[in-house]
Ligand binder design. Structure first.
Ligand code: NAD
Length: 494
């Protein structure tokens, strides 16, 4: 397959600035089709339309990108923090200026409702702004001396080249959350986007170039994931690897990175419990449940999978949640329907499997439960009640618009059931009792606990999970930890 930079379909060419649509990878400040001459197709999940073809780089091309990032490292790390900050801020402004195009591009390849895509662009840009500020913070800390004749300092230094591997569900925000922190710390970046959504990452590379990031500092390598990422996991010069995606691939990269003992950030799967006590504000709990389940059409690592509702309000919650769910519109993201398409056929088949398995185990279907006529990748928003703990949906990420509800009797019981999972990313809790809030939030083994609300994310908060939901945190100052070494310097007084 031969690749042409101009090769793209009408929907992509429709952007106000069509130059944001890039089919080539971005390596060492140049757009490249790679040496293999191969490409892969990207399609619109809402229509099945072919959107364009993107370069599939070879392992040798990917190794060359690592070489370029390594060569650029002393240049980037040697800039004054204020100069790195200014470049990040310029990149942030360009994202703001191109918000609508970036959002439309994301909808076309990812499928999410346009209002959510605009929200993701704002969220993604906010990481560049936040880390533009963090780049300027002091990188030297004093230490109280334990020796009479010496004084000590800690110097924070960038680790080197950082590999950033991102999923398709938040194709812009996951990239800036990693790259913003790495670049602010003084690292150079090798990014690999999912083959489902490469255009969003390539558009960010176009804006990085316009912002004036020097060649080799931010590279986007497209192609078969195993082919292009393996040279990085093997390369001792790649000192940090930050991955967001499934727990299965996260485990693989953990193993592969062991050989060169890299710094790792792993943001993996979730299986969020949503707990409603009888004293909760039920209107609020239902409204938040809809958001926690159906944002990004349910394809969100923070998506609530299991709803635990205390018996006195169980029937009322089930009825009202099912009613609100049945009102959600299903359709194209560009029409801003509430629920867009799922990413691929495998994802739709998973909804069918989880629903069939739960029904066979004795669950009751309250609404939905079938594919939607809007297209092959659409599934109806679905609510299941009385789902037994043994059903697969109670243990595995569904990653789609299916909610499973079960009842509980006591606080201790629900905490035990909520914690009985390998995942630990986020938990949602609805109650009006202040003491219970602290007790339950403390007992839940999750990296984030949302109390009487759903939206918890933002650039200044540390995002990450307990257990097999991952390692390390992203966002906040903590998000730079994996990209910095601490050098301890002990100086004699004399
Ligand atoms: P995925 O694991 O299939 O892919 C993620 C990335 O890894 C992609 O770039 C993919 O190209 C790459 N990849 C796949 N196989 C690889 C291999 N063998 N070697 C190297 N790289 C490889 O995940 P996905 O389907 O894109 O995303 C969905 C998953 O991501 C869900 O499990 C979700 O919970 C998780 N997720 C987690 C967070 C978080 O912050 N914790 C955020 C979003 C998504």
């Amino acid at each position: 397959m031969s690749l042409h930079q101009s090769h793209q379909t009408a929907p992509l060419a429709d952007l106000a600035d069509p130059r944001l649509v890039r089919s080539f990878a971005y390596v060492n400040g140049k757009w490249t089709g790679g040496t293999g001459g191969a490409g892969f197709a990207v399609t619109d999940p809402a229509t099945g339309d072919w959107l364009g073809e993107v370069a599939a780089l070879t392992a040798a091309d990917s190794a060359a990108a690592a070489e370029a990032a390594h060569a650029a490292f002393p240049v980037w790390a040697g800039l004054l923090p204020q100069d790195r900050s200014a470049l990040l801020r310029r990149w942030f402004r360009l994202m703001q200026d191109n918000r609508e195009d970036l959002a439309r591009l994301m909808v076309l390849e990812q499928g999410k409702p346009i209002s959510e895509a605009r929200g993701e662009i704002d969220y993604a840009a906010s990481f560049l702004e936040f880390y533009a500020e963090e780049a300027k913070r002091p990188n030297i800390e004093g230490v109280t001396s334990h020796l009479a004749d010496a004084e000590m300092e800690l110097w924070r230094e960038p680790v080197g080249v950082a590999a950033c591997i991102t999923p398709w569900n938040f194709p812009s925000a996951m990239l800036t959350r990693k790259a913003g922190a790495a670049l602010a710390a003084g690292c150079t970046v090798l990014a690999h986007p999912s083959h489902e959504t490469p255009f969003s990452a390539l558009a960010l590379a176009e804006l990085a170039e316009r912002a004036g990031l020097p060649p080799g500092v931010f590279n986007v390598v497209t192609g078969d994931a195993a082919t292009v990422v393996a040279p990085w996991t093997e390369d001792p010069r790649v000192r940090a690897l930050s991955f967001t995606g499934s727990t299965e691939v996260g485990r693989l990269l953990y193993r592969q990175s062991a050989q060169t003992v890299k710094r790792l950030v792993l943001e993996l799967g979730g299986h969020a419990p949503f707990i409603v006590f009888a004293d909760a504000d039920l209107d609020e709990a239902v409204a938040e449940a809809v958001k926690a389940k159906f944002a990004t059409s349910g394809q969100d690592c923070l998506g609530a999978n299991r709803f635990y509702v205390e018996t006195p309000v169980y029937d009322a919650f089930c009825a009202r949640f099912a009613e609100a769910t049945a009102r959600l519109s299903v359709g194209r993201g560009l029409d801003d329907a509430d629920i867009g398409p799922l990413i691929n056929e495998r994802a739709v088949a998973k909804q069918e499997d989880h629903v069939a398995d739960a029904l066979a185990a004795g669950a009751r279907l309250l609404t939905g439960g079938t594919r939607h006529e809007a297209g092959p990748l659409f599934y109806r928003p679905t609510v299941l009640a009385d789902v037994p703990d043994g059903a697969r949906i109670m243990a595995e990420e569904t990653f789609g618009p299916v909610a499973a509800i079960t009842r509980f009797e006591t606080e201790a019981e629900v905490v035990g059931r909520a914690n009985a999972t390998e995942f630990g990313l986020v938990a949602y809790l609805h109650t009006r009792a202040p003491r219970r809030i602290y007790r339950v939030a403390r007992a839940l083994q999750f990296g984030m606990v949302a109390v009487n609300r759903t939206k918890v994310t933002g650039a200044p908060i540390p995002f990450g999970g307990y257990k097999q939901s991952g390692l390390g945190r992203e966002g906040a100052r903590l998000g730079m930890e994996a990209f910095t070494e601490v050098k301890y310097v002990c100086r004699d007084w004399a």
